[in-house]
Ligand binder design. Structure first.
Ligand code: FMN
Length: 373
């Protein structure tokens, strides 16, 4: 399958749109882009044309996971649509799933600026939002009455406030947010539990097996109505991750997402001259890719039969996506690749995947999952 229009869009984005957009403040551009995306999402003739250009509705890429039907494996990762503006436009861009959030029980205005920055040489973004969001009530109110064409997930984390002073308080806060979601009529399909945001002032930690166990126990006491995925850190050792997975596997959790942002400023994929421009925050994009892939592989080898893996981190091309799938991911999410390569990247990845699967003699995406382990 070929779609020359996507190649043209890629050229126009990289040579005209991106050089202009990158002249302006990253957070301001992000806000404008999501508002534009929201507007386009409601203009049906435009989304119809976009869908014609991007869609790859072919059985080869479809999967049913946890009872949810996915047209293709490409998802928008948590953090881009934290104000729930894009649910209507995502299918037109070619996405097979999308996550709203991370949202929290109480709203949060965001950490002090800069909250977003670009590291062009490192192909990365600086992220220091700290769960800037409207709060779960307000966010769900915006989605009331909405119809979603693709599975939309809700990423939930802990409210970023120093008033939550002990672990039990933070657990109560997260459970409360899930309760609000459970009582809502918004037709979202899955949950992400974000335990891995590195930019918080709240004194909380869910990496130690004891604390993670307490949280999952409280959360799954009454059965959740939708599949739950846990968004994992990438800055823990393999042994620490295995300890966390051991706990997760005891609970009704559909899967894990590897993973979140790069905390390590000395990661070799980060250009030191770019890193030193920022005193706070963590990094997305290429500096997350190596560790994300390593942990996908580790999880597939140890819990591949039990946990669905969503790969996330440093996906900029069909080849990057395919690598995650062959290491064990069933679905793949991204943000930074789309910022650097353009929104047509999602359609290009789906088409690229079809070609890569065919080249390797696979008749369906599920046949390729985990084949490189
Ligand atoms: C601007 C921005 C905001 C983010 N906010 C969140 C968030 O709220 N919750 C979350 O789980 N991950 C968040 N992330 C992490 C991404 O979901 C993803 O795990 C990470 O960026 C690696 O993927 P990428 O290289 O494709 O961007 C954020 C990332 C970016 C770039």
């Amino acid at each position: 399958m070929k779609k020359p229009v996507l190649t043209i869009c890629h050229f126009l984005y990289c040579h005209i749109a991106k050089p202009i957009l990158f002249l302006f403040d990253a957070e301001a551009v992000h806000n404008r882009a999501t508002s534009l995306g929201k507007l386009i999402g409601y203009i049906k003739p435009v989304t119809w044309v976009m869908k014609k250009a991007t869609s790859t509705d072919v059985p080869v890429l479809t999967q049913t996971i946890g009872g949810i039907h996915f047209k293709n494996p490409m998802g928008l990762a948590a953090g881009f649509d934290y104000e729930a503006k894009l649910t209507q436009v995502l299918p037109a861009i070619g996405f097979g799933l999308g996550t709203v959030g991370t949202i929290t029980n109480q709203s949060y205005a965001g950490n002090t600026e800069p909250r977003l920055g670009r590291l062009k040489k490192s192909q990365s973004l600086l992220v220091n939002k700290g769960f800037k969001n409207l709060g779960i009530q307000e966010t769900l109110k915006k989605l009331e009455g909405a119809h979603f064409e693709i599975p939309i997930g809700l990423s939930i984390g802990v409210t970023n406030t120093s008033t939550l002073s002990c672990q039990d308080d933070t657990i109560r806060d997260i459970v409360e947010a899930f309760k609000v979601a459970e009582n809502s009529t918004v037709p979202f399909s899955y949950y992400e539990l974000n335990i891995s945001c590195p930019n918080l002032q709240v004194n909380v930690e869910f990496y130690s097996p004891k604390n993670l166990e307490k949280l999952l126990n409280a959360l799954t006491k009454s059965k959740l109505s939708k599949p739950l995925f846990v968004k994992m850190p990438i800055d823990k050792s393999n042994n620490e991750v295995l300890e966390m997975l051991k706990v997760i596997a005891k609970y009704p959790v559909q899967g894990v997402i590897f993973g979140n942002l790069q905390n390590d400023k000395n990661d070799p994929a980060l250009d030191p001259s770019e890193v030193k421009r920022f005193s706070k925050g963590c990094f997305s994009g290429k500096p997350t890719e190596k560790k994300s892939n390593e942990l996908i592989s580790l999880t597939y080898k140890t819990y591949g039969k039990q946990l669905t893996i969503i790969g996330c981190g440093g996906v900029f091309s069909p080849e990057d996506t395919y690598r995650k799938i062959k290491l064990g991911a069933s679905l793949v999410q991204l943000i930074t690749g789309m910022v650097y390569e353009g929104p047509q990247l999602i359609g290009q990845i789906n088409i690229g995947l079809l070609n890569l699967l065919k080249q390797d003699g696979f008749g369906h995406i599920s046949e390729a999952i985990g084949t490189e382990n």
